[in-house]
Design a protein. Structure first.
Length: 325
């Protein structure tokens, strides 16, 4: 399991970039970029080195935390997965590649793909300070149009990218990414109803193409949740002083809401239930909403069963667990 916080090498590289960089200017740029992203404008507004750095300072910590949590879920279900090559689709400043390098010591070859030249330049500058990513390749071009020219990789990751595409483009990209994934594909999106819908559509499409779901679902059946409910998770991460200044926030932590799917070429050896919400810890029992191989269930663990109760107290939202009867 890897930490949700940025690796020391990445923190140091970002801190080095901060020398002489105006926090107030970064905050203004970050707000403008965030507004464009929420409106579906993608990374087109990131046009200068200052824009790219402001974006990285504001979004890399939360994006890294979400990718780290998703990769942890994959390794929890598929502990023998040892990819040697990575393809990071829509890589931006390289956040997912840094997380994958931490999650998989076996990785030796990193290929990053993104159309934004400014972000790619920043990614390569940050990667120079990494003992693992220094020799990574960054290929220019959009995720859809250029992906077919890229070599297959053991692991393909796409974080916060499919929401920038039309539904037709999303389906094409999903198929192309799966075709390039030798062993596993992990796709992460914002934990909103819209992000969940995109992941659900991609999940359905690729199951039909032969994929197996490693996480978060313990099955390949249709999602049992019904609107207005939707599947998503939350990862808490600390905010540095610079992060708080750029965000205009006083709270020393941030909760990133995200949804993901981890797909594999071979069926997982075993799959546990998934905790769908923070468990309710009461005086008499712990109640937790679980997604199981059968349906959505409310697991209740009585306090009198001390062993099971102690185990259930460690359950957290998003965990894969063995339900107690």
């Amino acid at each position: 399991m890897i930490s949700p916080t940025l690796p020391a090498e990445l923190k140091a590289a970002l801190d080095g970039k901060l020398q002489g960089f105006s926090r107030s200017d970064a905050a203004q740029r970050s707000q403008k970029i965030s507004t464009t992203y929420r409106a579906g404008g993608g990374s087109g507004t990131i046009k200068s080195e200052a824009d790219a750095l402001a974006y990285a300072l504001a979004r890399m910590p939360a994006t890294y935390a979400a990718v780290a949590a998703s990769l942890n879920a994959l390794t929890d279900i598929a502990p023998n997965l040892a990819p040697e090559t990575l393809l990071d689709v829509g890589a931006g400043p390289g956040t997912a590649s840094w997380a994958a390098a931490e999650a998989f010591p076996s990785l030796q070859d990193f290929t990053l793909l993104d159309a934004n030249v400014t972000l790619s330049r920043l990614a390569l500058e940050l990667a120079r300070d990494s003992s693992r990513l220094a020799e990574c390749r960054y290929l220019p071009g959009d995720a859809g149009g250029n992906l077919m020219e890229v070599s297959p990789a053991d692991l393909v990751v796409a974080s916060y990218v499919i929401g920038e595409l039309s539904e037709t483009e999303q389906r094409a990209l999903a198929g192309a990414m799966w075709a390039k994934a030798r062993h596993a594909l992990v796709v992460i999106e914002p934990g909103t109803p819209a992000g969940y819908a995109r992941i659900l559509a991609l999940r359905q499409q690729l199951i039909a193409a032969g994929a197996y779901v490693a996480a978060p679902c313990p099955h390949e059946k249709p999602c049992p949740l019904t609107p207005p409910d939707w599947c998503h998770f939350s990862q808490r991460l600390p905010r540095s002083q610079a992060h708080r200044q750029i965000k205009g926030a006083e709270v020393p932590f941030e909760d990133e809401r995200f949804i993901y799917v981890a797909l594999t070429r071979t069926p997982p050896a075993a799959r546990a239930a998934r905790v769908l919400a923070p468990p309710d810890i009461g005086k008499a029992e712990i109640a937790a909403r679980l997604c199981t191989q059968g349906d959505i269930e409310l697991a209740k663990v009585p306090r009198r069963d001390k062993t099971a109760y102690a185990r259930a107290r460690r359950w957290r939202w998003g965990d894969a667990v063995v339900a107690e009867s």
